[in-house]
Design a protein around this ligand. Structure first.
Ligand code: HEC
Length: 357
């Protein structure tokens, strides 16, 4: 499930906003320079629309419309400005919005003019597109959009084919973090609370007390006096970015400082539980706590490699494995192998590849 994600994902995500704006300006300038909207693109850009040069005529239009639209349509219900392929599949070659060769009957043009039928007569809502042109915020005119639709080429054949260059990254939700971490670390509810006691719902829970339990406030069997008897359990979940429908609390779509802080504590506490749990091969698969880098270096390396793959879903690059070994495992091993494996496990959980999907 995680194999498609690129290591660069998080970094690219962070830099996208900056480069996108710069590209938008360039594209606008280009459109105004070009001889006419019907021109076939003489230099198709091989980089698939990720660089500043528009990849195609459609890409020019996308980048030129972007200042007026992308604020609301990069993400959300209608993410048609998320990428060139989103723009083409969602808007350009979606008959509902663009009728090839027929601008007058294209909803897109009607929306720009503010006279579209239906719930959304005008885009952007509440503002005339022409005013944006007049103010210089966008330079692509409605006439140019019409001319582009009139001469719109047929959709490329590979339109529906998934492209390996396209990726979307988002943070894991708090629910996903709790569930996948339990699974990866070989932990169950029983490691935190005693559900096997027939009377567990009616007793103040003390079993495995203080093990940094994190659980949604609105999940079954959470709505018992038992689970919520430690209010911190739910508070931690909310700090992790989780919502609570019982309290009208929305989940947090970004990964902020409180989520980071909670994940640090949670990763350390839960990795500790996983290492200490008897007969649990989740973290200690090829080593025991008696194996050290001096006594059994191969087993340590093998287990590091295994743990990386288990937590992040892809094999480590040699350099990354080396860094993990030298900067995380070894310094902690001088205190104890137990600490070394807990620390390594927790470091992987804070890795961008673990946090994103
Ligand atoms: C201020 C925010 C905002 C801006 C700017 C904006 N839109 Fe929208 N757009 C919306 C909202 C809200 C909807 C309704 C769907 C949704 O919930 O996202 C919508 C819906 C749409 C739809 C789907 C309509 C339907 O009936 O299916 C299209 C197509 C669209 N917008 C195109 C555009 C284009 C093109 C631009 C730029 C010229 C633009 N939008 C600018 C907020 C915006």
């Amino acid at each position: 499930m995680r194999t498609l994600r690129s290591l660069l994902g998080a970094a690219v995500l962070a830099s996208l906003a900056l480069s996108f704006t710069a590209c938008t300006e360039q594209a606008t300038a280009r459109i105004n320079d070009s001889a006419g909207p019907g021109d076939p693109n003489p230099n198709p850009d091989p980089d698939g629309g990720t660089g500043c040069e528009p990849a195609s005529k459609n890409d020019e239009i996308r980048l030129a419309l972007a200042p007026a639209c992308e604020g609301c349509h990069r993400i959300g219900n209608v993410p048609i400005f998320a990428s060139l392929s989103a723009f083409e599949t969602g808007l350009v070659y979606n008959e509902r919005y663009v009728k090839r060769g027929d601008p007058a009957n294209s909803l897109l043009v009607q929306m720009l003019k503010g006279n579209a039928p239906g719930s959304y007569p005008q885009m952007p809502p509440g503002q005339h597109y022409d005013e944006l042109v007049a103010s210089g915020r966008v330079t692509l005119t409605i006439e140019q959009v019409e001319a582009w639709i009139r001469d719109l080429p047929a959709p490329p054949e590979q339109l529906e084919t998934p492209s390996p260059e396209e990726f979307r990254v988002r943070r894991l939700s708090a629910e996903e973090m709790v569930v996948s971490l339990m699974d990866q670390l070989g932990l169950t509810l029983e490691d935190f609370v005693s559900t096997s006691n027939a009377d567990w719902r009616n007793r103040a829970y003390v079993v495995n007390w203080n093990k940094f339990f994190v659980w949604p406030g609105d999940w079954s069997p959470g709505i018992s006096g038992e689970y919520v008897s430690d209010q911190r359990t739910i508070e931690r979940f909310e700090a992790l970015g989780g919502g609570n429908s019982l309290q009208y609390r929305k989940k947090d779509a970004i990964f902020g400082p409180s989520a980071g802080q909670t994940l640090v504590q949670m990763s350390q506490a839960w990795c500790g539980r996983a290492v200490d749990k008897r007969n649990n091969p989740a973290v200690l698969r090829y080593v025991t706590l008696a194996d050290t880098s001096a006594r059994n270096p191969d087993a340590v390396q093998k287990n590091l490699r295994y743990l990386y793959l288990r937590m992040l879903g892809q094999p480590p690059a040699d350099a990354e494995l080396k860094a993990l070994y030298e900067q995380v495992y070894l310094p902690l091993e001088s205190q104890s192998t137990r600490l070394a494996w807990i620390g390594t496990c927790a470091a992987l959980i804070r890795h961008p590849l673990w946090i994103t999907y």
